[in-house]
Design a protein around this ligand. Structure first.
Ligand SMILES: Nc1ncnc2c1ncn2[C@@H]1O[C@H](COP(=O)(O)OP(=O)(O)O)[C@@H](O)[C@H]1O
Ligand SMILES: [Mg+2]
Length: 234
């Protein structure tokens, strides 16, 4: 298990260091209308921890990430989000407020602007300016540097996935929620994504990543298995 990273990299760039950010999920139930999809899920995402969420199709991985973002499902339970300013329960908060508080989310379908170029996708996310942020994000994903002028529609699935993560990073998140970033993409790009996530982790970024890919799972601090909407082992 990795210790929270409060080392050299974080100290060198305090603006980027989400020091001490963590999330404590307690007794989370989630419902699509009358249908319950998560049952009493409790899970801690500690500062700087990289947790991979595993489980068969339909186990509830996407539902858990949506519940954390306040999307689509009705929920019960508490979501204690700890930052330097103290703990807050996110559960009553709208999605936009959770995002503004630092929750960064990449949905399974990526939701890129396919008609826009790589650079335009990044700049739309940042809302203008933020050249240093863009340089830093591109350093994490060197492949994107070689295709800044390419429309997203002309990228491979793996390249699009990198762009989706990069775009979310442009918003300056303090905690990352990724839904199957490696699903159906080439092994060399899985490695590139894994490497980028490990750099973020070294900077202290807590990450909860739904993923079946074994290469990514092998790099996690901890695996959490969902079975039919319940946590099995951790
Ligand atoms: N929009 C929805 N409406 C109703 N049920 C849904 C919806 N999305 C997912 N579900 C159900 O919730 C359960 C968990 O699905 P999901 O979270 O997508 O699993 P996973 O991401 O692990 O494949 C499944 O039984 C699925 O059928
Ligand atoms: Mg899913």
């Amino acid at each position: 298990m990795a210790e929270p990273a409060n080392g050299m990299q974080a100290a060198a760039d305090p603006q980027q260091a989400p020091a001490g950010v963590s999330l404590d999920i307690r007794g989370l139930n989630a419902f699509y209308g009358p249908v319950q999809a998560l049952f009493d899920v409790s899970l801690q995402l500690r500062a700087g921890e990289f947790v991979v969420l595993q489980g068969l199709n339909g186990a509830g991985k996407s539902t858990l990430l949506k519940a954390l973002m306040g999307l689509e499902v009705r929920t019960e339970g508490s979501l204690a989000y700890q930052t330097a300013t103290g703990p807050q329960d996110l559960a009553p908060w709208d999605t936009w407020r959770r995002a503004r508080a630092g929750l960064g989310y990449v949905a399974e379908d990526r939701r890129l602007f396919t008609g826009l170029t790589v650079r335009e996708n990044l700049r739309v996310a940042a809302g203008g300016g933020a050249a240093s942020q863009e340089a830093r994000v591109l350093d994490l994903f060197p492949v994107l540097k070689t295709m800044l002028g390419r429309p997203a529609s002309q990228m491979s699935g793996g390249e699009q996935q990198m762009l989706a993560i990069a775009r979310t990073l442009m918003t300056g998140p303090r905690l990352l929620l990724l839904d199957e970033p490696c699903e159906g993409i080439a092994p060399v790009l899985v490695e590139a994504i894994r490497d980028a996530l490990l750099v973020l982790q070294a900077d202290g970024m807590p990450m909860l990543v739904a993923e079946q890919n074994q290469l990514l799972a092998a790099s996690a601090d901890r695996l959490v298995l969902l079975v039919a909407g319940k946590v099995r082992g951790s």
